[in-house]
Write a new protein. Structure first.
Length: 238
C-alpha cells in the first residue's frame, strides 16, 4: 500500500500559498505558476510533478480549501433554531465569506474556458455536496442528485452575483440568495403536489417508478464531482 509523501504535501501547500499573491495580476496562469514555484523555492520540474496542470491544479486546490473551511465553520455554529432553507443560506454565506473576491473572479474566468469547464462544474457540484452532507442529508435515491443539482445552480448564480455586488456588507447578495432558495422551495412544493395528486401520479407512474430505482453513489461524499484529473494539489483547497 502506498502512502502520501508528507514532504510533497508540504510543497504543494507552499505552492498554493505562493501563487495567491500573483493571481490578482496574472490570473491562474503559467506565469503565476512559475512565479509561485520560484517564490516557494521549489524546482519547476518538481512543481510540475506536484501539479501536472500547473495553475489549474492550484485553482482546484484553492476551491477545495474553501469548501473545507466552510464545513469547519458550519460545524462550529448552532443552526438548530434556523429553518432548513436558512441553514442552506448560511452555508453559502460562510462559503463566500471565506473567499477572496479577486481570486474567485480569476477562477471563474479560468473555469469558463471550454477546456476547463467540466472541472469548474465538478467543483461547484462538490461545494453543493459538501453543504448537503454537512447539513446532515441522508438521501440515497434520486433526491441525492436533485438536491445537489439545484443547489449547484443556486450557488453558481449567487457567486456570479456576489462578484459584482457593491452593496454594504453584501446585503444585495444575501437578498439574491434568499430569492434563489425561494425559487427552489417553490419547485419542491410543486413536486409534492404532483406526488399527492392521484391523477398526476397515475399519469406519471412510469417516470415515478423509474426515478424510484435511482440510487446515490455507494460512497457519495467521496465520489461526488470527482474526476481522475481533479485531485487536489497536496490535499489543499480554498
Amino acid at each position: 500500500m502506498s502512502h502520501p509523501d508528507p514532504a510533497r504535501g508540504a510543497d504543494s501547500a507552499r505552492l498554493l500559498e505562493a501563487i495567491l499573491s500573483h493571481v490578482p495580476f496574472d490570473g491562474w496562469s503559467e506565469t503565476a505558476f512559475r512565479a509561485a514555484a520560484q517564490d516557494a523555492g521549489i524546482d519547476l520540474a518538481l512543481a510540475r510533478v506536484l501539479c501536472p496542470r500547473g495553475a489549474v491544479d492550484l485553482a482546484v486546490a484553492y476551491h477545495r480549501r474553501g469548501d473545507a473551511a466552510m464545513v469547519a465553520a458550519l460545524a462550529a455554529e448552532d443552526l438548530g433554531a434556523l429553518r432548513f432553507r436558512d441553514r442552506i443560506a448560511r452555508a453559502v454565506e460562510l462559503r463566500l465569506a471565506g473567499a477572496d473576491r479577486e481570486l474567485v473572479r480569476r477562477g471563474s474566468a479560468l473555469f469558463a474556458l471550454p477546456q476547463h469547464a467540466a472541472t469548474g462544474a465538478k467543483l461547484v457540484w462538490e461545494t453543493a455536496d459538501a453543504i448537503w452532507t454537512a447539513l446532515g442529508d441522508r438521501s440515497d435515491d434520486i433526491n441525492w442528485y436533485s438536491k445537489r443539482a439545484t443547489l449547484s445552480a443556486v450557488y453558481g448564480a449567487t457567486v456570479l452575483y456576489w462578484l459584482g455586488d457593491e452593496s454594504e456588507d453584501g446585503a444585495a447578495t444575501r437578498a439574491f440568495l434568499d430569492r434563489r432558495i425561494g425559487d427552489v422551495m417553490g419547485i419542491e412544493g410543486a413536486k409534492a403536489k404532483v406526488r399527492d395528486s392521484k391523477v398526476l401520479s397515475a399519469l406519471l407512474a412510469g417516470p415515478i417508478w423509474l426515478a424510484g430505482r435511482v440510487r446515490a453513489p455507494a460512497s457519495a461524499s467521496a465520489t461526488a464531482g470527482q474526476g481522475a484529473g481533479d485531485q487536489p494539489a497536496g490535499g489543499a483547497a480554498r
